[in-house]
Write a protein that binds this ligand. Sequence first.
Ligand SMILES: NC(=O)c1ccc[n+]([C@@H]2O[C@H](COP(=O)([O-])OP(=O)(O)OC[C@H]3O[C@@H](n4cnc5c(N)ncnc54)[C@H](OP(=O)(O)O)[C@@H]3O)[C@@H](O)[C@H]2O)c1
Length: 344
Amino acid sequence: MANYFKAFLIIQCMNYEPFGGTGIKVSRLVYGTWYLPHEDAKDDNGLFPVSRKRSFSVINRALELGINFFDTANVYRGVYDRKSKQPGYEHIGLSEQILGEALSCQDRESVVLVTKVTGRTGSLPNDQGHNRKHIMKAVRDSLLRLKTDYIDFYLLHGPDASTSLENSIRSMNHLIDEGLILHYGVSNFQPEHVEEMFGICRHSGLEPPSAVQELYNLIDRNFETGKLKVIEKHNIGAMIYSPLAQGVLAGRYSGNADGTSRKAYDAMFAEKTSELAARETVSRVAEVSGSRGTSMSRVSLSWLISRSRNIFPIVGASGIEQLEDSAGATDLKLSEEDIRRLEA
Ligand SMILES: NC(=O)c1ccc[n+]([C@@H]2O[C@H](COP(=O)([O-])OP(=O)(O)OC[C@H]3O[C@@H](n4cnc5c(N)ncnc54)[C@H](OP(=O)(O)O)[C@@H]3O)[C@@H](O)[C@H]2O)c1
């Protein structure tokens, strides 16, 4: 009875919308696992290792909040780990593995899983890209780590100039035919390449992509110059990454960010965020959040959601409080005046 009541409450709190034309009902917010909560102390390499315990808590809280949409990638390691990018691959897939473990006691039908392929996963010549040899290995590895027998949305993480688009599409269609994935999509592709894919599919009777994953936020609005038109034209769902400009639009770097922030991992990141935090846009988000009595994160996410019914922001969170805060964005309705001020 208690569980029934809890499930009822969750359904009351979160709306589930069809993702583009696929009809699959997903929460408006996706939980992303590029970064996962980390331990307090650095390891021998001077890096914060991922905390499994904290990661499980955040993923469980996401489920309690009604989030049923989860994003990962075969190359995510859970922490920003510049050193092990060259040439060690031992942490490759850690985010998939933790997500798979955290969700393993859930009914598989209650969650929608997204993962990706493209980036280098090992030192062999074919350990990257969209050639069928790599894709077949990568999908099996991801399924094992995610502890599932199918992926809902399998994305090409970025373009691969060495494999033709037609070949990549045929491999994705093959995975659909084999039942290993339900849908496929692209990330970091130019709009003209997405159009080209639709053209190839029309001529060859193949299934076109049904998802994109792109960068879009109040500071970086390049998405509006072509990609937005493509998703509307083809009714494709868009998972939006870095919706808070990696925390900048949540006010994370407006004062002195504490030593647990991403800034503490990497000097290049610290420089970039300091520059972005000084932008006029960040002050406007602070003004609107002040006048509405809500958080900057909710204002930034709510603005994104208001752009199109096909937009689904992916939220990252280094702790439960951040996730709970961001989840409230789906209840915030910005006025036309708020939007005018944010876009000024
Ligand atoms: N397809 C791609 O190429 C691609 C690229 C990047 C990301 N992604 C996906 O998109 C997801 C989200 O990207 P992102 O992590 O850059 O998103 P983001 O939401 O812009 O940044 C997340 C960071 O913002 C801070 N934050 C989040 N909520 C907050 C809140 N309520 N208050 C204060 N600070 C808050 C935290 O920073 P601290 O960690 O400093 O606390 C958190 O780690 C990733 O996990 C990944 O799944 C995909």
